[in-house]
Design a protein around this ligand. Structure first.
Ligand SMILES: [Zn+2]
Length: 481
């Protein structure tokens, strides 16, 4: 017996020696959850970058949830509220399987490999035990570069660079950093800080406060854990369908169509994002308006511009407002040497995007940095050459959509190009105008410009709305009672 005990001690210390501080942290924070569940409730504040009026303006949600968590299995039921509406989601995760009922859906939704693989780090905003389990089972070695007082462990999971910072003083997890690629912001760092540790049954240490600094510290969420207890079982929230399988989304097809409106105006339609970019051809240069979502789309539009008007440089890039469908591709135009037309409202945002490091998925501007050159529009900006002109008007929050809204007016054609303000159905008579649509109408009246046709950038095909709109239909919709 004594021999067996000694052997066990030797094996245990050999294991601890091999895995070091990570295994000691695991012992304190996760080991009891090999056989039990940590059951707890939580409340959270959640900040999301939806399509809001100003850059970096977040929508704020409050959430409440109930979780059961072992190192192998997690169930979660939660409710999110924006102050007006509430929605619930359910999830059940274990290695190789995720069952998920999304907010606002009645049944389970298809789950992709990516959704499955992100669970250990998305659930880390409530508990880090799945990450600790992953790092221990992958036998991740302690990193050589660590700040004083910390043992650091680094791993790449689902393309994310994840680092655990364990305090040497008490072997508890202090923070987790997650570096990932974002199409718009490039390398994006989130840091999860764990604090207010408590103990259950003298053996399990768990944090009761988690602060999440995300988007390189631009937004911060807070999570409070309460009512923790150890349980032997988790409730069944969802059951797998008989034919359970991960869903493989079809590969994205890239279709680009160009359309000549007249000798000066061309449209470049990107079917995969449902956007229409505008190309204006002057005698010696081009202007491009709108480039959706990412640098790749920006490059695609530049390639089309080179086909439409070979040899003419793109002198200007302009976006109608700061939402991703319009400025997401602006880095390609910075790289190409174009001036970026912007306003006081979004100049800093343009600078942030143009200068954001993209080391995880380098685009051309990352590979070959170029200076950002901007041109400010105040109330209006006239661009003309050889007797042809367009006028860019700043209407800002008169759009009832964003604080930085621009319209492009072509006096010769009596044509107005704008992004996403008009929602007139393709079929049937125009319905009563909504706030944005009325905002556009009033802005046009206020500018005193003669408009016959309005062309919209997004959506082109979806939503069943017109994107080439006779002005009188806009007028009718506003005058409707
Ligand atoms: Zn928008």
């Amino acid at each position: 017996m004594k021999y067996i005990l000694t052997l066990c001690t030797v094996l245990l210390s050999a294991w601890q020696l091999r895995a070091g501080i990570l295994s000691e942290c695991y012992t304190k924070m996760a080991m009891p959850l090999q056989l039990n569940y940590l059951h707890f409730g939580y409340t959270e504040s959640l900040h999301e970058l939806d399509h809001n009026f100003r850059p970096w303006q977040a929508s704020i949600y409050t959430g409440k949830g109930d979780m059961y968590c072992s190192v192998f299995h997690v169930t979660k039921a939660d409710t999110l509220s924006d102050g007006k509406r509430k929605a619930t989601s359910l999830s059940d995760y274990r290695s190789g399987q995720l069952l998920y009922q999304d907010y606002g859906t009645d049944g389970q939704v298809p789950v992709t490999q990516g959704m499955l693989e992100e669970q250990p780090y998305t659930l880390a905003r409530y508990t880090p035990v799945l990450l600790l389990q992953h790092f221990l089972s992958e036998e991740i070695e302690e990193s050589k570069d660590a700040p004083a007082g910390y043992a650091v462990y680094k791993s790449v999971l689902n393309g994310r660079h994840i680092s655990l910072y364990i305090r040497k003083s008490d072997r508890l997890l202090d923070k987790v950093s997650i570096l990932e690629h974002d199409d718009l912001y490039g390398d994006v760092l989130s840091t999860l800080y764990y604090s207010d540790y408590a103990q259950l049954e003298g053996q399990l240490h768990y944090p009761r406060k988690i602060r999440v600094e995300k988007y390189n510290g631009k937004l911060t969420d807070e999570i409070q854990v309460h009512g923790a207890e150890l349980r032997e079982k988790a409730p069944v929230l969802l059951t797998p369908p008989d034919d359970y399988a991960l869903w493989q989304p079809p590969l994205e097809e890239i279709n680009i169509r160009t359309e000549k409106y007249n000798d000066r105006i061309h449209f470049i339609e990107l079917e995969h994002t449902d956007d229409r970019s505008l190309l204006v051809e002057f005698d010696h240069f081009l202007l491009v308006a709108e480039a959706p979502l990412n640098s790749e789309n920006g490059e695609r539009i530049l390639a089309e511009a080179a086909k439409i008007a070979p040899g003419k440089p793109v002198k200007y890039f302009v976006f109608g407002h700061h939402h991703p469908h319009y400025l997401g591709g602006l880095r390609a135009f910075v790289h190409q040497g174009a001036r970026i037309i912007c306003s006081d409202v979004n100049k800093e945002y343009v600078e942030y995007i143009a200068r954001a490091p993209h080391t995880l998925q380098p685009d051309k501007l990352q590979q070959e940095p170029k200076p950002l050159r901007t041109e400010l529009v105040k109330d209006s900006l006239r661009i003309s050459e050889g007797g042809y002109e367009m006028i860019i008007y700043f209407i800002g929050n008169a759009s009832q959509h964003t604080d930085d809204y621009l319209l492009y007016y072509f006096p010769q054609e009596k044509l107005l190009f704008q992004d996403d303000l008009v929602w007139i159905p393709k079929e049937g008579p125009p319905a009563k105008a909504g706030a944005r649509q009325e905002g556009l109408y009033k802005a046009i009246q206020g500018l005193g410009i003669q408009v016959e046709t309005i062309i919209q950038s997004w959506p082109v095909r979806d939503y069943g709305v017109k994107t080439i709109i006779p002005f009188r239909e806009l007028e009718e919709s506003v005058q409707k009672q």
